[in-house]
Ligand binder design. Structure first.
Ligand SMILES: Nc1ncnc2c1ncn2[C@@H]1O[C@H](COP(=O)(O)OP(=O)(O)O)[C@@H](O)[C@H]1O
Ligand SMILES: [Mg+2]
Length: 267
């Protein structure tokens, strides 16, 4: 499945991610946690083809994919959502999901125009995939509602549907619960469990550790771009290096008022 070895990226003098080695367990949930600025989104940007790593390799079923363009990574079954919701607010849920499919699977607008002979076929394919994706996130009955009229939680579901419309086997979610209240968050976590129950492999970024305790099978902790711990949530939350990283950071969980699991890191 998806594996990475000594993965790193440098921006000028800033080594944003360094030497990250591991893999996503197929059919399971891997959570990537760490204080703000730890390199979590940058890590996803490399896995999904948005950034080209400056060191290390990413493989998908043994095949190297590092530095391949996004649409190619998507075509191989890896889809992602973004930390800030990127919906087209004036379009319906369905249109957003259709666009999610089209934007992610095309090299660019020019490519779409050049291949106009296939556009009609593509259109019905996108539509079918979008309908099915909305069903999977429980929003089929709101397919024709304008995105701006949907609740925050529903908008998050549309973002997930946009990614699911590309029919991925691996889904990368960047802070899917960001901006949601605890009830909405719980429902979204249920959705993620459901998707994994149906066979999807999920990696999700979250900076509150308590949210991933009951959800993730595996946790990876990034701190200053480095992987400082990796393992089952209960084990990781007791890891002294993890506790120190969170307590010593100003972007971490403490100031956001999350409660820690008993005996675990206050993150
Ligand atoms: N395109 C970029 N150019 C320069 N620096 C970047 C770029 N993308 C990310 N970074 C740097 O990478 C580091 C990690 O950021 P990020 O991955 O967004 O953290 P997180 O998602 O864990 O909060 C930060 O220091 C950020 O400034
Ligand atoms: Mg981020």
């Amino acid at each position: 499945m998806l594996a990475f070895e000594r993965l790193g990226i440098r921006f000028g003098g800033n080594q944003a991610v360094q030497d990250v080695t591991g893999s996503l367990t197929p059919g399971k949930i891997t959570a990537i946690i760490g204080p703000n600025g730890a390199g979590k989104t940058t890590f996803f940007n490399m896995l999904s083809g948005f950034y080209k790593p400056t060191s290390g390799v990413i493989t998908l079923s043994g095949q190297p994919i590092s530095g391949r363009p996004t649409h190619e990574v998507v075509a191989r079954g890896v889809a992602r959502t973004f930390q800030t919701t990127t919906l087209y607010k004036n379009l319906s849920a369905l249109e957003n999901a259709v666009l999610g499919h089209r934007v992610r699977t095309k090299a660019g607008l020019l490519d779409a125009l050049l291949r106009s002979g296939r556009e009609r076929h593509d259109e019905s394919e996108s539509l079918k995939a979008a309908h099915h994706a909305l069903e999977r996130v429980g929003l089929e009955r709101k397919a024709h509602v304008t995105a701006s009229l949907l609740s925050q939680e529903e908008q998050k579901r549309v973002s997930i549907a946009s990614a699911l419309a590309t029919q991925p086997s691996i889904l990368l979610l960047d802070e899917p619960a960001g901006g949601l209240n605890p009830e909405e968050t719980a429902r979204l976590m249920d959705l993620i469990r459901q998707l994994v129950g149906a066979g999807l492999t999920v990696a999700l970024i979250e900076h509150k550790m308590n949210l991933v305790m009951g959800l993730a099978d595996q946790v990876m902790v990034l701190h200053h771009g480095q992987l400082i711990a990796q393992g089952p949530p209960a084990e990781v939350s007791r890891n002294p290096a993890v506790i120190t990283a969170y307590l010593g950071s100003h972007g971490g969980g403490g100031q956001h008022g999350q409660s820690a699991p008993a005996g675990g890191a206050s993150v």
